[in-house]
Ligand binder design. Structure first.
Ligand code: SF4
Ligand code: SF4
Length: 368
């Protein structure tokens, strides 16, 4: 058990957004590793064990603790394993997750909306502006080089429409051969993976794999780092490259036109993108190719991951509020590349743009 290796040095404390937001040791990685060690010694303290199970879901799974730990405690794996064990052994304590699990089992999306509605909202909104968009929706028999996996957030939330508009306009402008998975897309399985429900996640992934294979795609492209973790690491896609949209577009340009910059920008790098997927270069490279000047924000967390928005929305809000105040970004537009981070930033009334929105604007009106 790798948590045995925790020597309680405390290096992880200053990097943990949960400890930052609460100031309480039991929310920190060190505190939780200590509780695990204690519980191994005292096996029948049910009250302590119950509190630990609750605390496991008071975590955004940002991975900063694991990155910091010089004793080599693979903390993310510990949190994943312990979450799976907690839900399996004490499902009654996690009844609040049941509606989400039911929605994923029945209609394969996190919102419990009809599966066929995945390509309804954004298509209604955008098809007049982007001629031929309806033909870009995958149906049996259609094939493509590049298949776009939108994920639940981008498929269903109106706040994501500007990103989708820019994504599709850019693909059209560059004459890319692409299809969108649309109603044939299942949730990628990430929410179930975050609960440690591998079986449920695998059922969702199998259908996606079938569709991607039937479409004969060479690449599956997603704007969502959570979906990309699932596509790249857990879908077993043979001969299909799974790419973040910033990777896909960065490859296409040596240099773009110059962005007509009238505002101050900062860059919030999504945890799952840079820390879990280790995609750090391409988003920055693409921003720089547009000649955009921006301030790097500290590599910290928006508070929107790890199911924390469900388990403790107040703490999730507090994490982003502290981040925004500390970084002094209220008067800037925060660039990001993750639909979940976007939701967190919009929730604080911040101006935010996905990198593809900047690219679309640059291709349309940038200077040569
Ligand atoms: S950095 Fe590692 S060893 Fe140090 S307290 Fe945190 S988990 Fe324990
Ligand atoms: S994953 Fe992030 S929020 Fe969770 S314990 Fe580690 S540093 Fe804290």
């Amino acid at each position: 058990m790798s948590y045995d290796k925790c020597v309680r040095c405390g290096s992880c404390l200053q990097f943990c957004p949960m400890f930052d937001a609460t100031g309480e040791e039991q929310f920190s990685p060190r505190g939780k590793a200590y509780l695990l060690q204690v519980m191994d010694q005292i096996e029948d303290d049910e009250e302590l064990a119950k509190e630990f199970r609750r605390l496991l879901f008071e975590c955004s799974l940002c991975g900063r603790c694991e990155e910091t730990c010089s004793s080599g405690v693979d903390l993310l794996r510990v949190w994943h394993e312990q979450r799976a064990k907690a839900i399996e052994t004490h499902p009654e304590e996690f009844a609040y997750l049941e509606p989400l699990k039911d929605a994923l089992a029945n209609v394969k999306n996190i919102y419990g909306l009809a599966a066929e509605d995945r390509a309804i909202y954004w298509l209604d909104e955008l098809e007049d502006e982007i001629p031929g968009l309806a033909d870009r929706v995958y149906e049996k028999g259609k094939t493509t080089e590049n298949i776009i996996f939108l994920g639940c957030l981008m498929s269903f939330r109106g706040s994501q429409i500007p990103v989708l508009r820019s994504l599709f306009q850019t693909l059209e402008k560059l004459e890319i051969d692409y299809l969108v998975m649309g109603a044939e897309e299942n949730c990628c399985g990430h929410p179930l993976y975050l609960m440690g429900n591998e079986k449920g996640a695998q059922e969702l992934r199998e259908h996606n794999k079938k569709v991607i294979t039937a479409a004969e795609a060479k690449r599956v492209i997603s704007c969502c780092p959570g979906c990309l973790i699932q596509l790249r690491e857990h879908h077993n896609l043979e001969g299909v490259e799974a790419l973040h949209h910033t990777q896909f577009f960065d490859r296409l340009f040596e240099k773009t036109k110059k962005y007509d910059q009238k505002e101050k920008f900062s860059y919030h790098d999504p945890c799952e993108l840079h820390r879990i997927l280790e995609i750090k270069t391409e988003p920055r490279s693409l921003i720089r190719k547009m000649g955009i000047e921006f301030k790097e924000m500290d590599l910290s967390c928006c508070g929107g991951g790890g199911l924390l928005r469900m388990t403790d929305p107040n703490l999730s809000d507090k994490i982003i509020q502290l981040r925004v105040a500390r970084e002094g970004v209220k008067d800037t537009t925060v660039i990001t590349a993750c639909p979940s981070c976007r939701e967190q930033l919009l929730g604080q009334d911040l101006k935010t743009k996905d990198i593809v929105e900047l690219l679309s604007e640059t291709l349309d009106g940038g200077a040569d």
